[in-house]
Design a protein around this ligand. Structure first.
Ligand SMILES: [Zn+2]
Length: 320
């Protein structure tokens, strides 16, 4: 069952580990969560690699940093062309799987990358990015961030023009890290399905980074999805060492409240310091599939959660 499914993880931070920590992506590692040998072991078919822009790079280097990390994703795919291929569309991912290649997609995390110029949306798109996470941990020029002090009461006027540009181009809007007010403003404004690429549910994990049941229902109304984050502190705040099955608890919550069309994976692996007990990295993804099946998510429902929902949103939003 699992091997028949197209498995897509909507957010990993591996580009940073390659760029800053010198991880060899082609070699099996122990200090990281994702590399090529372990991707193959885990049966992963496609993954969004995040080009995360650290606010510390400074306002005039943010675009360059995003572009460099996007190039790194493309170079990583090219360096392992026998097993990997860079992808931008749902059709690319399906073709890659048919050719027994793992598809690397790319998203930019943190709207700082735009350097407050709407025209940079299209430049990032042309460089291969197919989603943009509007904010990161800090409220930025696009709008208020979850857990930070509000400045705009939601999306800023610049953020509105970015949403419109992304709608026009066909770029997926990612609302992980967005404040509930920003989330609300984007849902009201956008004409396309949104994603919350790497968050968890407030019902099982009260944390500012997680989304409420009301937000889950809004995601369902919008036709979007939430990729469940594997970070222990989001899955089980305050718990020193939660069991990995807590990941499946969060997925089930999305299914129960929003419906099976809106639950997905967005592990945040290589971007988080701690995964739950018993889950070591991408090689352990089959555990989650088996536990979902054990809890009754079988057949097409399982396929939707593991990757089908991501493909649906990509297909609806991304044109090229
Ligand atoms: Zn993040």
């Amino acid at each position: 069952m699992y091997r028949d499914a197209l498995v897509l993880d909507g957010h990993i931070d591996t580009p940073l580990r390659i760029a800053d920590d010198g991880i060899d992506f082609g070699a099996r590692g122990t200090s990281n969560h994702v590399d090529l040998p372990r991707m193959v072991d885990g049966g992963l078919d496609a993954v969004f690699m995040a080009a995360w822009v650290d606010p510390d790079v400074g306002p005039d280097r943010a675009f360059e940093r995003a572009r460099d990390l996007l190039s790194l994703v493309q170079e990583t795919a090219a360096a392992h062309a026998d097993r990997l291929v860079f992808a931008t569309t749902a059709a690319d991912v399906v073709t890659a799987a048919a050719n027994e290649r793992i598809a690397l997609l790319a998203g930019v995390e943190n709207g700082d990358a735009l350097e407050e110029r709407v025209a940079n949306v299209e430049l990032l798109y042309d460089h291969g990015a197919r989603y943009l996470t509007l904010t990161w941990m800090h409220t930025n020029a696009l709008g208020d961030a979850a857990g930070d002090e509000p400045v705009f009461g939601g999306l800023s006027p610049f953020g509105e023009s970015v949403v419109d540009a992304m709608n026009d181009i066909g770029m997926v809007i990612d609302l992980s890290h967005a404040a509930p007010t920003t989330f609300r403003d984007v849902i009201e404004r956008t004409s396309h399905p949104i994603v919350v690429s790497h968050s968890a549910t407030e019902a099982h994990g009260p944390h500012p980074r997680n989304v409420s049941d009301d937000q889950l229902r809004a995601i369902a109304g919008n036709g979007g999805l939430i990729g469940i984050n594997f970070f222990s502190d989001y899955l089980a705040p305050g718990s020193p060492d939660p069991d990995w099955t807590v990941i499946v608890d969060h997925i089930e919550r999305v299914v129960d409240v929003a419906g099976v069309e809106h639950a997905a994976l967005g592990s945040d692996m290589d971007g988080v310091p701690r995964l739950p007990s018993g889950f070591h990295g991408v090689e352990d993804l089959p555990l989650i599939a088996a536990e979902l099946e054990r809890r009754g998510q079988t057949g097409q429902n399982l396929h939707k959660i593991l990757g089908g929902n991501w493909l649906r949103v990509l297909d609806q939003v991304v044109k090229r």
